[in-house]
Design a protein around this ligand. Structure first.
Ligand SMILES: Cc1cc2nc3c(=O)[nH]c(=O)nc-3n(C[C@H](O)[C@H](O)[C@H](O)COP(=O)(O)OP(=O)(O)OC[C@H]3O[C@@H](n4cnc5c(N)ncnc54)[C@H](O)[C@@H]3O)c2cc1C
Length: 381
């Protein structure tokens, strides 16, 4: 018995791991080289229920809660980061914003499709001039009768080239600052919406990212998520959940790298003995194992609290900060332990090293996680 997880989540963990090892891992090189995830792979992940894991059954989810979601995401991290990134951008961010903010007719209209991947979603918060300081976004929403007219641009939007549905944050009252921001569900076919070319990235190959432009785009007022001015609060609550998922993914990626390091250290012989016989190597492995264990417990703790209805802003930020920084260290150690082979494209370690770099940047950089944690600390003490 697993001391931390209930039996049903241990079963989920096993079935996702089997699926990942059997169906996704063999496609890793192809996805990396072609920089594309075949639609059939997205469909297979959807059939496994991976898009709806953390959502309630009444909106089309699997009902495993945030803990179940994190447990599964950890296993998904055993292959290319891009695969989960599609789920994270679609169900994880776009779907969660709709779920958290409602209203019910938008939840009913969009969630079943997003959680089964019949539609792919994207989450448009960041702008060229508003990244870490997302509350200063400039995209404007002007009320015009029963609609809003939206003008502006979003940058680095995951899934934008393949998305059917966008959650777009725009300010309807600049004088109110971030309290003037509202959130809208926008369908791709909406007039005035334009998606730029797919960005070329260091890693995450297969996951698409692009700019999105809005030119006098009319969106019915009924597509507003939550009240006018509530958009930024919805964005931040969505990111609490997103950060837990990212932390879980970092834990799984680090775990997979550690396993590869242990195997390599035991089989690679230099100076007439396995390199694992050297204390310098043993300590790298020990540090990685210890930190991964700590990060996993932080993720499970944050997710369990979220499932109990607690607000987890601080815990999610701590888990994301700790887990993603640790992944950076483990990925670096993995290249080091694999020596020259760790630097070669022939081995997936090189890809994992590049993929690992993004975790400390998106959904709030490490510096911003520290800002979130210290702001909570100073306000509550
Ligand atoms: C591959 C990829 C996918 C993405 N997907 C999405 C998406 O789907 N949707 C979306 O909305 N956004 C997305 N983003 C945007 C991402 O969230 C931002 O890149 C991130 O929040 C950082 O913003 P920035 O790039 O503008 O950096 P900046 O905000 O310009 O930061 C630059 C540096 O300054 C530091 N800094 C800034 N302010 C402070 C401060 N107060 N104290 C200390 N240091 C500070 C930062 O930590 C960073 O090191 C994505 C980005 C990438 C690269």
């Amino acid at each position: 018995m697993n001391p931390v997880l209930p039996d049903e989540l241990v079963m989920l963990q096993r079935s996702v791991r089997d699926f990942v090892e059997q169906r996704l891992v063999p496609l890793g090189k192809q996805i990396e080289e072609q920089d594309e995830i075949p639609r059939s792979v997205i469909d297979a992940m959807a059939e496994m229920g991976l898009f709806g894991l953390g959502f309630a059954e009444e909106v089309g989810g699997q009902g495993f809660g945030k803990l179940g979601y994190c447990v599964a995401v950890e296993q998904l991290a055993r292959t290319n980061a891009a695969l989960w990134n599609v789920i994270g951008g679609s169900a994880g961010l776009c779907g969660t914003a709709i779920d958290l903010g409602g209203p019910d007719d938008l939840r009913r209209r969009y969630l079943p499709d997003l959680l089964s991947a019949r539609k792919i979603g994207a989450y448009g918060l960041s702008e060229p001039g508003a990244g870490s300081d997302a509350g200063s976004l400039k995209t404007a929403a002007r009320r015009d009768g029963d609609a809003y007219v939206i003008d502006g641009a979003k940058t680095f939007i995951t899934n934008a080239p393949i998305a059917d549905v966008f959650v777009v944050f725009a300010n309807a009252d600049r004088e109110k600052g971030s309290k003037g921001i509202s959130a809208f569900v926008v369908e791709r076919a909406t007039g005035g919406l334009e998606v730029g070319p797919n960005d070329e990235k260091m890693g995450l190959h297969g996951s698409t990212t692009a700019q999105v432009f809005f030119h006098e785009m009319r969106v019915p007022a009924t597509r507003r998520i939550g009240d006018e001015g509530e958009g930024f609060a919805i964005a931040l609550r969505t990111l609490d959940y997103g950060r837990m998922g990212l932390a879980a993914h970092a834990v799984g990626a680090a775990q997979r790298l550690l396993e590869a390091c242990v195997d390599h250290a035991k089989t690679r012989t230099q100076f007439g003995r396995p390199i694992s016989a050297n204390q310098a190597i043993q300590w790298m492995l020990a540090d990685a194992a210890t930190e991964i264990h700590a990060a996993r417990l932080m993720v499970y703790d944050a997710a369990s609290r979220a499932d109990r209805g607690e607000r987890v802003t601080d815990r999610a930020a701590m888990a994301k900060l700790f887990a993603t920084e640790l992944l950076g260290r483990v990925a670096d150690a993995a290249v080091q332990i694999h020596g020259g082979m760790g630097y070669m494209k022939e081995l997936w370690i090189e890809r994992a090293y590049r993929d690992a770099r993004i975790y400390r940047i998106y959904e709030g950089t490490s510096e911003i996680q520290r800002l979130v944690i210290s702001t909570g600390l100073l306000a509550n003490s």
